[in-house]
Design a protein around this ligand. Structure first.
Ligand SMILES: NC(=O)c1ccc[n+]([C@@H]2O[C@H](COP(=O)([O-])OP(=O)(O)OC[C@H]3O[C@@H](n4cnc5c(N)ncnc54)[C@H](OP(=O)(O)O)[C@@H]3O)[C@@H](O)[C@H]2O)c1
Length: 408
């Protein structure tokens, strides 16, 4: 799921990307089972990666409970080897972890300051992976995601898919759990925010989840709302209802907040409801009554009105944000041709409105310059607009922020 969002995104930023999986189901994938130590070593020697995004994991909680040996081999032991190889080859390592490392007893949102205490085999083995990464690889990021949504038609396999499938199958009643809390995470936003984080070089542990929280019931209700299916009954149930199928222990709360991203000034994760709407409109438009055109990155996103029970003031600044990759070139000049990396001609767009956009740029921008912007959000068709830089600001995280007004 995440690999599908990360690959096209990183391919536009890096000259060479080697994407691997144990199941080669895309033409852009090459085979690598991370349990194969010799094959891992060979990849490092041959490819000599600057950055390693370690996404491979056994992610099915029930499978992990019944196959702790495989879960340990993939999530724990392979991660230890990858961390050692990253350290040896001087690669930056990014390890994707999960809210499932917490025991769920905290009443508020988990931050990076809270101590992991996993309840189940998946969480336990992912937690071990985190520890290896931090201990062995000095240039590393541990980035925890929440309930993942993404992957699109072919790769989505978690909760969103299961609800959409029931809609497609004509169910008149859908049951969803309302006694466990978490924070959905949109893979496409995650991929872009991850790139911003990488650009800062501020290694450490980060939470990277959408804004807000909810139960599976809340997510299902939002899916029905987006799909305009008020004719389907949604019934809240306790976890016991699905205990036979989903027998792995799950924390009462997996709610997280992105404290460390906020502190770096680069939290671009949207409210999960906005991200979910985007996801459905762009990937599952035919599930919506009457169909819907995909959202444009230039379209204004409405303020999300549901109240977040804490930290509201700091979050205000993040409202209406919408991350997208931007390629730009000066209107009078020529496109900067990149050599190894092309970051000089790329930026991340946040906080759109009808009249302008705010960009994170990787090279100092000049006030008054006219740019031709091409926006890619990894879904939908890229759009091009001309804009003028009105203000610029150097950020403490080493990036540059610029406010641009669209030319009419
Ligand atoms: N899904 C979530 O809700 C969630 C939440 C928080 C964090 N995460 C983390 O996010 C990362 C990406 O997960 P995802 O959500 O994108 O789920 P995913 O689609 O299941 O991705 C995991 C990938 O790893 C592959 N894999 C499993 N064993 C492997 C092995 N031995 N060698 C090589 N590849 C192997 C899987 O292949 P197969 O499909 O063929 O098994 C799959 O393609 C993982 O580290 C996961 O722990 C996921």
């Amino acid at each position: 799921m995440l690999g599908n969002a990360v690959y096209p995104y990183f391919r536009t930023w890096y000259n060479q990307v080697l994407a691997t999986d144990k199941d080669v189901n895309e033409e852009w994938l090459e085979k690598l089972d991370v349990r194969d130590e010799a094959a891992l070593q060979q990849v490092f020697t041959n490819f000599r990666p600057d950055v390693v995004l370690h996404l491979a994991a056994e992610t099915d909680l029930e499978f992990c409970e019944t196959h702790p040996d495989i879960s340990t081999a993939v999530n724990d032991v392979a991660t230890e080897r990858i961390a050692r190889l990253c350290a040896k080859h001087g690669s930056t390592m990014v390890y994707i972890s999960t809210a499932g490392v917490f025991d769920g007893n905290k009443s508020g949102f988990y931050t990076e300051d809270d101590h992991p205490c996993p309840l189940m085999v998946y969480g336990d083995t992912k937690c071990a992976g985190e520890q290896h990464t931090k201990r062995l690889c000095p240039r590393s990021f541990v980035v925890r995601a929440g309930w993942m949504m993404g992957g699109g038609r072919r790769k989505e396999k978690k909760f969103i898919y299961k609800i959409l499938q029931q809609i497609k199958d004509g169910s008149k009643e859908i049951f969803a759990v309302s006694d466990k809390w978490g924070t959905p995470t949109y893979t496409y936003d995650f991929a872009m925010n991850l790139f911003l984080l990488l650009a800062t070089g501020r290694y450490g542990t980060y939470h990277m989840v959408c804004e807000g929280m909810g139960t599976r019931f809340d997510v299902a209700r939002e899916i029905l709302h987006v799909c305009e299916r008020s004719d389907i009954n949604l019934t809240p149930v306790n976890s016991d209802f699905f205990a036979k199928e989903y027998f792995a222990p799950r924390p009462f709360s997996e709610m997280m907040t992105n404290k460390n991203l906020f502190e770096l000034g680069i939290n671009c994760m949207r409210p999960w409801q906005d991200a979910l709407r985007d996801y459905i409109e762009n990937h599952f438009a035919d599930y919506i009554r009457g169909g819907k055109a995909p959202s444009s990155p230039f379209r204004r996103h409405d303020h999300h009105t549901s109240s977040v029970p804490y930290d509201n003031e700091r979050r205000q600044g993040q409202r209406n944000s919408y991350t997208a990759t931007v390629e730009y070139n000066s209107v009078c000049g020529t496109r900067t041709s990149g050599t190894k990396r092309q970051a000089c001609s790329k930026a991340i767009a946040i906080n759109f409105s009808n009249s302008g956009v705010c960009l994170y740029m990787f090279e100092p921008p000049s006030k008054g310059t006219c740019l031709e912007l091409t926006l890619h959000n990894n879904v939908g068709t890229p759009e091009t607009k001309n804009a003028t830089i009105l203000w610029t600001q150097k950020e403490q995280n080493g990036l540059y922020k610029a406010g641009l007004m669209f030319q009419q």
